[in-house]
Design a binder for this molecule. Structure first.
Ligand code: NAD
Length: 497
């Protein structure tokens, strides 16, 4: 049976007036499980208006009341995360344990946001000038938009909305149209946690919805995560409309493996970071850089492990699920074909994988490609699938040059037992998130998540103190009370005395 997945406004489902819809599929079966509403401009405006109407009340709600709701939300999420994981697996395809993993990392941001009163403390200076005091406070922006990608339907929105809400803003979430149901589940949870109507809203849709969020004067800030071309468009359009924008883009993450590294540890890490979530992670490792004489041995160790990966339905006991859509799976396969044509060596070929799942699923097994060079599309493009390319270089300096020359700068990792090399790498590499013997260095909620170069447009990363900074603006107040010596009429510029 096909149902329409609606918008969510004022703590209730909202059908909107547009009749446009898009199919939502279960990637493990290929079946259409529902259709998602695609907002027209009028629908988008109705949702934005609701967020704007709710803003003054939420802004003026005490921190004590706001954080009580956040704690409720955290408790409900923690108790019922299995329900959300099943929804994610059903529309995204990632295995259930991985879906639970993304919820866990999102929950950590909720927990961080529960401590927001401490982070919103301003400064106070007594007697800054004679009988004059000065203080600063952090105030919310208004209604803000969160626009998220398909690959983390729960975690990526949770990088932003707990902090936006905790700091007194109202939110319009525009999830990916490929897996829209997680956002509705989260919206219902907020209502259950006691969040007033209009504070958290969901606008389903595609480019039409996004473009209205970018230009509508009711939206004061935009947090976007997705591919680099769209991130660039979102940043340019939102900024031109006078909004505060952070737009996180795509990635091509390199893991550099030095000759002194423990190759078993590094090979395990390549499997986990290359093929977890079928490579559909912005922090996936897609390029392993083998330095010096280790390459043959290292590639053999990865190949041996890749052969043990069980590809199949995420609700069964599989290691790796399908890709999100048939089109995406076919595109990833075309990159493997191109790599082969370009002369790279397909060491493990996922194109003929045998799976534990339905015939109609969007399957592709782990694929390892050796002798990749920087002119091949399998190197230059973000593939976003279970494809790990191996580039062989002679030295640490060659490896560093390779990573720094790449237009993306999201994540990277170094595998070594040499502390001096590690110290050099973390200082010299031009990438926002760095792992030393850690292949997926996703920062904790109390640090900030963000790449450099074409992986992020804007100057503020997600969550942590930078998240609080993004969703607030500073107000500085100068105060004089009952001071008979105010100096009378004086048209000069105020001086401290
Ligand atoms: P996408 O860019 O296709 O879509 C992201 C969002 O933009 C979706 O909500 C989508 O509806 C909307 N959108 C799509 N086309 C649009 C257009 N022409 N105009 C306006 N809006 C549009 O990305 P995706 O395929 O959903 O997600 C995968 C991408 O996201 C990868 O590139 C991945 O690296 C990136 N990503 C980055 C991070 C990060 O932290 N840097 C995290 C997760 C995913």
């Amino acid at each position: 049976m096909s149902t329409t997945i609606p918008h969510w406004v004022n703590n209730a489902e909202f059908a909107g007036s547009s009749t446009a819809t898009a199919p939502v599929t279960n990637p493990a079966t290929g079946e259409t499980t529902g259709r998602v509403a695609l907002a027209g401009i009028d629908d988008a405006r109705a949702v934005i208006d609701a967020a704007a109407a709710a803003y003054p009340g939420w802004r003026d709600t005490s921190l004590a009341k706001r954080t009580a709701i956040l704690f409720n939300f955290r408790e409900l999420l923690n108790a019922r995360k299995d329900e959300l994981a099943a929804i994610i697996t059903g529309e995204h395809g990632k295995v259930l344990s991985d879906a639970l993993g993304e919820i866990g990392r999102g929950q950590e941001v909720v927990e961080f946001a529960c401590g927001v009163p401490h982070l919103l403390k301003g400064g106070f200076t007594e007697n800054a000038s004679t009988n004059v005091d000065a203080h600063s406070s952090l105030q919310p922006l208004g209604p803000v938009a969160v626009i998220s990608p398909f690959n983390f339907p729960a975690m990526v929105p949770m990088w932003f909305f707990p902090i936006a809400i905790a700091t007194g803003n109202t939110v319009v979430l525009k999830p990916s149209e490929k897996d829209p149901s997680a956002s509705l589940w989260l919206a219902r949870l907020w209502a259950e946690a006691g969040l007033p109507p209009g504070v958290f809203n969901v606008l389903q849709g595609d480019k039409t919805a996004v473009d209205e969020l970018l230009v509508n004067p009711g939206i004061k800030a935009v947090s976007f995560v997705g591919s680099t071309p769209i991130a660039r468009h979102v940043y340019a359009t939102g900024c031109a409309a006078g909004k505060r924008v952070q737009a996180l883009g795509g990635a091509k993450n390199h893991a550099v493996v030095l000759p002194d590294a423990d190759l078993d540890v590094a090979a395990d890490a390549m499997i986990n970071a290359g093929f977890g979530s079928a490579g559909e992670r912005c922090m996936a490792i897609s390029v392993a850089v083998a330095v010096g004489p280790i390459a043959d041995e290292f590639v053999a160790k990865i190949a041996e492990r890749a052969a043990t990966i069980r590809t199949g339905d995420g609700t069964r006991d599989s290691d790796m699920g399908p890709l999100v859509t048939r089109e995406h799976r076919d595109k990833v396969i075309s990159y493997i074909d191109d790599g082969e044509t370009d002369g790279a060596k397909i060491v493990v070929d996922g194109r003929n994988v045998s799976v534990d799942g339905a015939d109609g699923g969007f399957w592709l097994g782990p694929t390892l490609i050796d002798h990749v060079t920087t002119d091949m599309s399998v190197y230059t493009d973000e593939i976003f699938g279970p494809v790990l390319a191996v580039v062989r270089v002679e030295s640490y300096d060659d490896a560093l040059r390779l990573v720094n020359a790449n237009p993306y700068g999201n994540g990277t990792a170094l595998f070594t037992n040499d502390g001096g090399a590690a110290r050099r790498f973390q200082k010299e590499v031009e990438v926002g998130m760095v792992g030393i013997n850690v292949a997926i260095p996703v920062p904790m909620a109390y640090y900030s998540f963000g790449g450099w170069k074409a992986s992020l447009f804007g100057d503020t990363h997600a969550h942590g103190v930078e998240g609080v900074h993004f969703f607030t603006r500073t107000k500085a107040v100068t105060t004089r009370w009952l001071d008979p010596s105010h100096g009378g009429i004086n048209l000069g510029f105020p001086q401290n005395a």
